[in-house]
Design a protein around this ligand. Structure first.
Ligand code: DX5
Ligand code: ZN
Length: 218
């Protein structure tokens, strides 16, 4: 395996009336990443946080903010999120805009960059960008809401992207998001994933420390 596993709890499943406490509870477990879902009500039928939320949380935490933009026009928002304190910004392949240029802009702003693809979107759609990203995020549910069931057929897509990574000697991370728990996540690990977003399964786990330790041992 190329990369050690990373667990990125999704703030979407945290307590929205006490976000800073949810963030602190992740940090207290010794975890390093936090997944922050940004939705615009257009690309996905839901709304979440804006740059102001990220900026307010930034001084409260040293966590690596893995910022997932589910937006029709992500290129318009990478700068505000970078300035707000995002460490990594991932953008979807599905809407029409300058994907390569936006990835370059994210790096210019000092963040790591990544490309995301939805379940119906074929792996081939991002193939040309693989040498330009720090991470590829494979959605394992249709984005918009937490608590959905993992889509098993995505395992082949993960394996395909991992094969390309090896064949081309690339070192991007391979992340999965949606319905990830200790069972589905392990299947993803075996298929080549190394970065695991978990919302519901993590925040509802009877023992979050055990959840984190288990993923860390994969
Ligand atoms: C879904 C978001 C996910 C979400 C995952 O649109 O991108 O990050 O928080 O939630 P769970 O782990 O509950 O599927
Ligand atoms: Zn996400």
């Amino acid at each position: 395996m190329l990369h050690a596993p990373i667990l990125a709890p999704s703030l979407l499943a945290g307590d929205h009336a006490a976000l800073a406490e949810s963030v602190a509870s992740v940090e207290a477990l010794g975890l390093e990443w936090l997944h922050v879902d940004i939705m615009d009500g257009h690309f996905v039928p839901n709304l979440t946080f804006g740059p102001q939320t990220v900026a307010a949380l930034r001084p409260r935490s040293k966590l690596f903010f893995d910022t997932h933009l589910m937006l029709d026009e992500p290129h318009r928002y990478v700068e505000p999120f970078a300035h707000a304190g995002a460490n990594q910004i991932t953008i979807h392949i599905e809407p029409s805009y300058d994907h390569a240029g936006t990835l370059r802009e994210i790096r210019r702003l000092g963040c790591r960059c990544g490309i995301v693809l939805n379940p119906p979107t074929p792996a081939e759609s991002i193939e040309h960008l693989l040498d330009q990203v720090d991470i590829v995020l494979v959605m394992t549910v249709q984005p918009g809401f937490g608590g959905q069931s993992f889509q098993e057929p995505m395992l082949d897509k993960i394996a395909q992207i991992d094969r390309w990574r090896q064949e081309r000697n690339l070192s991007f991370r391979l992340e999965v998001d949606g319905g990830v728990d200790l069972e589905t996540g392990l299947h993803c690990r075996k298929a080549g994933a190394d970065t695991f977003v978990a919302g519901t399964a993590f925040f509802n786990a009877p023992d979050r420390a055990l959840f984190a330790k288990t993923v860390g041992g994969w």
